[in-house]
Design a protein around this ligand. Structure first.
Ligand SMILES: Cc1cc2nc3c(=O)[nH]c(=O)nc-3n(C[C@H](O)[C@H](O)[C@H](O)COP(=O)(O)OP(=O)(O)OC[C@H]3O[C@@H](n4cnc5c(N)ncnc54)[C@H](O)[C@@H]3O)c2cc1C
Ligand code: SF4
Length: 545
């Protein structure tokens, strides 16, 4: 099937691009493929949304009675917490760019559902339930489009009765809007060496729960962030807690994936975090209604790859456009989708196709996205280098001076990629986690249940091991096989032929539990795991994350 523009991924970046193309010229043919069973099913975000991108795309959105963002931020708190104590930082010392007034709290998944309806009304073709599994290249090495995965292939790789061939979607331009650590984006970056001369991309794992809480405790419009406990001074991360409509509270924890201790379990850090006296009472008497996890890119300004290549471009978090201290990227997803669409529209109008959208490539660093990312570029490197107390203070200072137009640090590097930061077991103190209480903290399996994850079981395992012997032969003796702990969905296990003597270890992949967070693709110390797309429609079914 031939189109003017093929968009891979129905998140805010992809949908903004599709809508902008149709606004410019309703005759453009545009298709969006989305691996979730419906638009929004795989979207997981905070979310406090800076409306700058939405204002640009749909200036009248506030007048729409069906708008998904109705809770404006009214209160903004920042805490440094210890195990039992908390220190509220005065808003006056916070760099102004961290302020949340004027922003909206809501579900980014629902924002995408609402945008998709608008895009469809403009005759954008949207195919949810179809994963783009392969990039199509032309003879000159240009991107021609993508192919969706075959359906109805058995676990043994053989076609079943339900077998259906994937589709080829060809476009004059293909925009990759797969979000952080996209599986095709990873291939494109490698093929065109888009990361040459850039710092390595950095990531955090973000876990989130949605709670319906006791109305007496609900304060719509409250935004609260913490850093510190339960992480030690040399492990980066922090939490968010947002109160919005219908007595809903979104609580989440982001843990930087350059952590060093292989016995750390991000999921269990999140669970014990909720026991802190500052938070626990919010949840007592409430009901946890959803859970999920997704990585967030953290490399920012220094790590953003080259965006354009022959026949397409990277947009949104596929390009790593996250402002780390603000924990925000959706505004830049919108803005980059709009900018790439405008560049593509101009090229199409000039009769071009399959070349580089250099207007998009050359424009972003001096535009609103570049200005947003440049001011905060040193926060993550300072945090990683000097630890939480000193690093965050220096990061705060740097954000202040950048607000005034200069930095004492220049542009700092990120150092090692996240897979290279683990210390061997022999060099660390093992972390022991408390048992969940079933009131505010829970185990992994009951959590995964709340992600409504579902995969066709009789299909090839979508988590590919380059060398199947590595988990047991190398990762287990050296690190205790950290995949058992960093996977927030319990996909990876080591089981023993004899549990008592720990004889005959075997690495098991419960691929059907995968919530598509992409942590394993990033953090495996041997870089042995590749996340590939499972059969379309598989994965979480987040209702309103
Ligand atoms: C825990 C957490 C909290 C966050 N909090 C905030 C916040 O408060 N405010 C904020 O502004 N931002 C926040 N962010 C960041 C924000 O969610 C992202 O910046 C934003 O979602 C990026 O949009 P995107 O369209 O680039 O990618 P995504 O939102 O990730 O969307 C990508 C879409 O593409 C689909 N897809 C991927 N690969 C394929 C494929 N091969 N074939 C078909 N479909 C595919 C996915 O299923 C998904 O629907 C947070 C992120 C996390 C993880
Ligand atoms: S298998 Fe990998 S992508 Fe899937 S949930 Fe676990 S860590 Fe995330």
């Amino acid at each position: 099937m031939d189109y003017d523009v093929v968009v891979v991924g129905g998140g805010p970046a992809g949908l903004a691009a599709a809508i902008r193309l149709k606004q410019i010229n309703p005759d453009f043919t545009v298709v969006v493929v989305e691996k979730g069973s419906e638009i929004g099913a795989h979207i997981l975000s905070g979310a406090v949304i800076d409306p700058i991108g939405l204002d640009k795309l749909l200036p009248d959105w506030r007048e729409d009675p069906a708008r998904p963002l109705t809770t404006e931020v009214v209160d903004d708190h920042f805490y440094l917490i210890g195990e039992t104590k908390s220190l509220k930082l005065p808003n006056a010392v916070m760099p102004p760019l961290l302020g949340n007034h004027g922003n909206f709290i809501g579900s980014l998944g629902n924002v995408c559902r609402w945008l998709a309806a608008k895009a469809e009304a403009m005759e954008v073709e949207i195919y949810p339930g179809f994963a783009a599994a392969e990039v199509l290249y032309g003879d000159a090495g240009e991107v021609l489009g993508v192919a969706t995965g075959d359906m109805g292939v058995g676990r043994d790789g053989k076609p079943k009765e339900s077998f259906t061939r994937g589709m080829e979607l060809r476009g004059k331009y293909t925009l990759f809007a797969e979000g952080a650590r996209g599986s095709l984006t990873k291939q494109i970056i490698a093929r065109y060496q888009l990361d040459a001369g850039r710092e390595p991309q950095k990531y955090g794992i973000g876990m989130k729960e949605l709670w319906q809480i006791d109305p007496a405790k609900h304060r719509p419009g409250l935004v609260q962030h913490t850093f510190g406990w339960p992480l030690d001074n040399h492990t980066g991360g922090g939490s968010f807690l947002y109160h919005f409509e219908d007595n809903l509270v979104a609580v989440g924890f982001v843990l930087h994936l350059n952590y060093k201790n292989p016995t750390l379990s991000p999921f269990d850090e999140f669970q014990r975090f909720k026991q802190h006296p500052l938070l626990r009472d919010t949840f007592v008497g409430g009901k946890r209604i959803a859970y999920g996890a997704r990585v967030i890119s953290e490399g920012g300004w220094q790590s953003a790859p080259k965006l354009a290549f022959p026949g397409g471009a990277l947009i949104g978090c596929a390009a790593g456009f996250i402002n780390v201290p603000r924990i925000k990227g959706s505004h830049n997803a919108f803005l980059s989708g709009i900018e790439a669409a405008e560049a593509a529209a101009e090229a199409l109008a000039a009769g071009r196709g399959h070349d580089e959208l250099s207007a998009y490539e050359n424009g972003w660093r001096d535009g609103p996205i570049g200005r947003d990312l440049k001011k905060v570029r040193n926060v993550k490197p300072l945090w990683s280098k000097y630890g939480t107390i000193v690093g965050v203070s220096l990061g705060g200072l740097d954000m202040w001076t950048n607000t005034l137009g200069f930095s004492l640090f220049g542009t700092l590097g990120h150092g090692k990629p996240d897979y290279a930061t683990l210390k061997p077991l022999s060099e660390v103190e093992p972390i022991v986690y408390p048992k969940p209480d079933g009131i505010v903290s829970f185990d992994k399996l009951s959590s995964v249940f709340l992600s409504c994850t579902n995969h066709e079981e009789d299909q090839p395992v979508h988590l590919k091991l380059a060398d199947p012997s590595i988990p047991v032969a190398k990762n287990l003796p050296l690190y205790g096989e950290p995949a058992r702990l960093y996977c927030p969905a319990g996909v990876y296990e080591v089981v023993y032929g004899d549990e008592a003597t720990k004889a005959d270890p075997r690495f098991v992949i419960n691929a059907q539990n995968c919530v598509h967070c992409k942590t394993c693709d990033i953090k495996d110390p041997a870089q042995n795991i590749t996340w590939t797309t499972p059969e379309g429609g598989g994965g979480p079914n987040y209702p309103n994350m």
